[in-house]
Design a protein around this ligand. Structure first.
Ligand code: NAP
Length: 388
């Protein structure tokens, strides 16, 4: 069996951790041979290696790893302790014995706000750091897999295809013309997608772009519903719980949310995305792939379910209510949350073309996220949206 050596970033995060678990399983059950190199920064008094060990022995690690001891799993892993932007020649010595590396870059700041601080943070931590990682690993790189977002396109057509980037007669990457970026996070994702392709073309390296939609907790592997952070998909629930525990919102109260009452959202379980990446990354026929759920979730059902946990009556409105008619909780929502969430909740009706995805996911059941929403949210409430 040929060796598949992989460098993976972001393993302390929501998605990277699940890619890590899937890869560990592949090595441990001899589906793959090789080494997994992870880049981790020290944080909160823990070294990179301590953080790595705590992920491997985590109480919520998938049950499919329970047949292996911590040391059996760790034998496949080498950690590099560093921020991505600080990777240098000394760190590169770790890569020297691993040529033809696959690099799966899942680390990023997922800050969806539209402020100058967010712009600067995303520019440095996502855009510059990704470029630096690409250049740093380039001498031993075989293929660079960049984890982007389905929102990198800036708008959705009624049918969303995988090929956000096409190629002109000279094989130069060309973006669809109408882009309406609202936030730095998406703007720098698409910029990086384009520059990755240009760089890899110049250096004669392979590349792949995988774009998850909105990620929720696990829905395939036990223990179900786990996610290390309740981010993005959980933001509204987190906000309502905070309002309810500070008495800003009360049971039975009406809460008006700007949204498209007939709209849908794509929400995808984190383990489904990780399994997509595992099935796609060595497949050279796939250059761009949206890692999404086959079925959309109705926005009306989503909002009503989330509000029901705090006993609030949710009303979907096409426009924000007048300021003078707003309750205290609505005022806080329109000040803090709506600038982030309204765009996603007012999206026009759309559907993803999942034909390529279906081809590679034949062994994985199609998940009905709408049906599992209540359980996903029950898990989040049980854990009070705390980091796990
Ligand atoms: N969450 C979603 O709904 C969603 C949807 C679509 C796409 N995505 C994409 O999926 C990928 C993973 O997202 P996520 O939600 O898993 O993110 P996350 O939970 O916020 O985790 C981010 C990870 O990146 C690491 N990281 C960030 N900056 C770093 C740096 N400068 N150096 C070293 N490590 C760094 C973090 O390490 P520390 O623990 O040390 O901070 C953490 O491991 C990202 O590319 C994101 O854009 C996410």
């Amino acid at each position: 069996m040929k060796k598949t050596n992989i460098l993976l970033t972001g393993i302390t995060g929501i998605l990277g951790r699940h890619i890590f678990y899937e890869l560990l399983h592949e090595y441990a059950n001899n589906k793959k041979k090789g080494t997994l190199i992870v880049v981790i920064r020290p944080k909160a008094g823990q070294t990179a290696y301590e953080r790595l060990r705590s992920i491997v022995r985590h109480r919520f690690r998938p049950a499919y790893l329970n047949n292996y001891t911590e040391n059996e799993l760790l034998q496949y892993v080498i950690s590099i302790e560093s921020d991505i932007e600080a990777l240098d020649n000394t760190h590169f010595t770790t890569l020297e014995s691993y040529d033809n590396l696959y690099v799966i870059h899942a680390a990023a700041e997922t800050d969806l706000s539209n402020t100058s601080t967010a712009h600067e943070k995303i520019f440095v931590n996502n855009y510059l750091a990704s470029k630096h990682l690409l250049e740093w690993c380039s001498p031993n790189l075989y293929k660079f897999i960049f984890i982007s977002t389905t929102f990198s396109i800036g708008h959705y057509d009624p049918v969303v295809y995988d090929q956000y980037i096409s190629f002109d007669a000279n094989n130069h990457p060309v973006l669809k013309p109408i882009l309406s970026h609202r936030i730095p996070y998406e703007e720098f994702k698409i910029k990086m997608e384009q520059e990755l392709i240009q760089y890899c073309q110049q250096q004669e390296k392979k590349w792949q772009i995988i774009r998850p939609s909105t990620i929720c907790g696990r829905m395939l592997d036990e223990p179900l519903y786990y996610t290390p952070e309740f981010n993005v998909f959980y933001l509204l629930g987190k906000f309502l719980l905070a309002c309810s525990s500070t008495d800003i919102i009360h049971r039975g109260e009406t809460f008006r949310i700007e949204s498209n009452p007939t709209g849908t959202m794509n929400i995808v379980p984190v383990d489904y995305v990780a399994k997509t990446i595992i099935r796609a990354f060595e497949n050279d026929a796939i250059d761009q792939l949206n890692a999404v759920s086959q079925r959309q979730v109705s926005v009306a059902y989503l909002l009503q379910s989330i509000c029901s946990y705090t006993g609030v009556k949710c009303e979907l409105t096409e426009h924000p209510p007048l300021w003078e008619t707003m309750t205290e909780a609505e005022k806080q929502y329109y000040e803090v949350m709506a600038p982030i969430l309204s765009y996603y909740l007012t999206l026009p009706v759309h559907q993803f073309d999942t034909s390529t995805l279906k081809e590679i996911m034949t062994d994985i059941p199609d998940i009905d996220v709408e049906k599992g929403l209540k359980d996903l949210y029950a898990f989040a409430y049980e854990n009070e949206f705390r980091s796990l």
